[in-house]
Design a protein around this ligand. Structure first.
Ligand code: ATR
Length: 276
């Protein structure tokens, strides 16, 4: 029976096992496949991954803090994983360990419209920010990055520009001044951790509760059971909102297809991820 898992540190809060096991059950293949959570410290990640194929694993999701290492450990990598410089999906096969990245595809799939030609504001310059900048930029959005620590935003801009040249992808990206004007953007993506610990997004981020525009798309990658303060305010202004669970579901569905070769039922995954 092929096994699947999510590898993280910590990983106890992950909704991926519930979501994937629900999809396996809905397709009637939960007797053949299983999906579990494995907590693995950074120092043990490589040895664990190398042992997994021998223990019956067909693949894995990789989450914080292992996404860079996952790419480094792999024998082969998809173009997207190489371009982003990180992997969230591993597939174990005859060719060894293959790395892929469905975070970018998951983000884009969760948007109500294509980002092509749109002005996008990405808040945050960590790993999630980097992946969002690449995903939106590679699809033809004009991306502005804002970060509390501007030097990190500059680093992301530099890295994305350097990779874009190396992989011959057209990407338009700049760092914005301390206080961008949010209504100038058709798309706003919060990739910062603000909200996770109950912080007020409107004191920590360059946004105001009444400063969203009707029709604007506002994405908050933070996921919790209740709608985030940020998305609540955006929706009240008439913006279209996308939460972190929808992105989790979309990236998970893409990973599922890579391992199993079948499209999972999104509604089943959504309900399971939301704990319904
Ligand atoms: P990840 O890889 O998941 O994106 P990370 O590398 O820890 O995580 O990055 C977290 C992001 O959240 C950073 O952009 C961080 O801003 P700094 O670079 O200035 O640290 C941002 N962040 C975390 N707490 C924040 C806060 N209270 N206000 C503003 N930004 C915050």
């Amino acid at each position: 029976m092929p096994r699947l898992a999510v590898l993280g540190y910590p990983v106890g809060h992950s909704r991926s096992p519930a979501m994937h096991n629900a999809a396996l059950a809905a397709l009637g293949i939960d007797g053949e496949w299983s999906y579990e959570a494995i907590e693995v410290a950074p120092g043990e990640f490589e040895a664990l991954v190398r042992a997994m194929p021998g223990e019956g694993f067909a693949g894995a999701n990789v989450t914080v803090p292992h996404k860079l290492l996952a790419l480094a450990v792999a024998d082969t990598a998809s173009e997207t994983a190489q371009e982003i410089g990180a992997a969230n999906t591993l597939v174990f096969g005859p060719g060894g360990i293959h790395a892929d990245n469905t975070d970018a595809g998951g983000l884009v799939a969760s948007l109500p419209e294509s980002p092509r030609g749109r002005n996008a504001l990405v808040l945050g310059a960590g790993g999630a920010g980097m992946a969002a900048v690449w995903a939106l930029g590679a699809l033809g959005a004009r991306v502005s990055i804002w970060n509390r620590t501007p030097a990190r935003a500059e680093t992301v801009r530099f890295e994305v520009t350097e990779r874009a040249q190396r992989f011959q992808v057209q990407i338009e990206v700049k760092v914005v001044a301390p206080e961008p004007e949010p209504t100038e953007f058709e798309l706003i993506v919060n990739t910062t951790a603000v909200g996770l610990g109950g912080e007020d997004p409107f004191t920590e981020l360059p946004l105001a509760p009444d400063g969203f525009a009707r029709g604007q798309v506002v994405v908050d990658m933070v996921y919790s059971s209740a709608p985030s303060t940020l998305l609540g305010a955006a929706a009240a202004c008439g913006a279209r909102t996308v939460d972190g669970i929808e992105i989790l579901v979309q990236q998970g569905a893409l990973s599922f297809e890579l391992w199993i070769g079948r499209k999972p039922p999104l509604d089943v995954m959504r309900a399971a991820a939301r704990g319904e």
